[in-house]
Write a protein that binds this ligand. Structure first.
Ligand code: PEP
Ligand code: MN
Length: 338
């Protein structure tokens, strides 16, 4: 339900409407626009004809149902795209996140070296996994706490905000202490206790689409974070599993365009995991921008042949420089800048 307040409604009337919404067992989420305030009233609406009485409250202009199952994430509730800052980086709107770094943090020398090089070549955020969700328990699992400490050191040195993955709800506080953006990996997109916990942090969240999840399921996962109180959510298309086996995943750029139509949340594209094929990454980046992406996340390594994970798909720093230069005209067409 969207409760649209009159443009001259007083703060007191907005407050009364919020209390009435609460008394009906719904959670009010006010959005204060320039013109007027609208209140998203979300919760279980079954058999509550009482909702229609909301129109009787003083200062309320209209009460409209939200048809999409993802209420807070939908454009029905909030027509304008969401924008927020992660450190100095603007995400959404005209802002563009260019996130680069290794798959995993491997050593102090490695992460500092990559951080300096991607910064000098146009990245505005640094990625790197300290906790790695590996298919095999025998593969490198990440440096864990030491990795977090090294990421914080790289931020201190370069000023780049950090994006790193959190694997479980018990680790949220521990990872949040060291990072600017908490990444939810594809394998964890439907880990609802983790999502609820992320809704309670003050860190932005990068929610990766599950490799076998639909667009609607992805938006419902975002809804868990939003309804738990954290509005700073970015969606991330990282490819889905299909019958195609010439690429690691099938990068679903139609999903990017559709998520932008259905939702006000910023959408980031990860063409590295999306293709797993190094030579395709630059072209997929350009296509992602044309599809409406608000940012890109790419893996970069100074010595991919020695990488402890995903070396085969990492760009070299100079390939990243070429990419960050080549996408400029595409960003200009879309009215975006890093
Ligand atoms: C990653 O970003 O390194 C990663 C593990 O990604 P995904 O969860 O998309 O597989
Ligand atoms: Mn990786």
């Amino acid at each position: 339900m969207i409760v649209v307040m009159k443009s001259d409604a007083t703060p007191d009337q907005v407050e009364k409407a919020m209390r009435r919404i609460e008394s009906l067992g719904l959670k009010p989420h006010p959005i204060h626009g320039v013109e007027r305030t609208v209140i998203g009233a979300v919760g279980d609406e079954r058999g509550k004809s009482a909702f229609e009485s909301l129109i009787e409250i003083e200062g309320v202009e209209n009460v409209i149902p939200i048809l999409k199952p993802f209420k807070l994430a939908s454009r029905e509730l909030k027509a304008e795209p969401s924008e927020f800052n992660v450190g100095p980086v603007r995400i959404g709107g005209k802002g563009f996140a260019l996130i680069a770094g290794p798959c995993s943090v491997e050593s102090e020398e490695q992460i500092l070296d990559v951080a300096r090089q991607v910064k000098a070549r146009g990245a505005n955020m640094l990625r790197g996994g300290a906790f790695k969700p590996r298919t095999s328990p025998y593969s490198f699992q990440g440096l864990e706490d030491e990795g977090l400490r090294l990421l914080a050191k790289a931020r201190e040195e370069t000023g780049l905000p950090i994006v790193t993955e959190v694997l479980s709800s018990e680790d949220v506080a521990r990872v949040a202490e060291f990072t600017d953006v908490l990444q939810v990996g594809a394998r964890n997109m439907q880990n609802y206790s983790l999502l609820k916990k992320l809704g309670k942090t003050d860190r932005a969240v990068l929610l990766k689409r599950g490799m076998m999840c639909t667009i609607k399921e992805t938006l419902m996962a975002a809804e868990y974070i939003l309804t738990s109180g954290n509005p700073r959510v970015m969606l991330c298309e990282r490819g889905i599993r299909t019958f195609e086996d010439s690429t690691r995943n099938t990068l679903d750029l139609a999903a990017v365009a559709l998520m932008k139509d259905w939702s006000h949340l910023p959408v980031i594209v990860d063409p590295t995991h999306g293709t797993g094929v190094r030579q395709l990454i630059p072209r997929m980046c350009k296509a992602a921008i044309a599809a409406g992406a608000d940012g890109l996340m790419v893996e970069v390594h100074t010595h991919p042949e020695e990488a402890l994970s995903d070396g085969f798909q990492a760009l070299l720093p100079d390939q990243f420089l070429e990419l960050s230069t080549d996408i400029k005209p595409y960003l200009a067409i879309e009215g975006k800048q890093t």
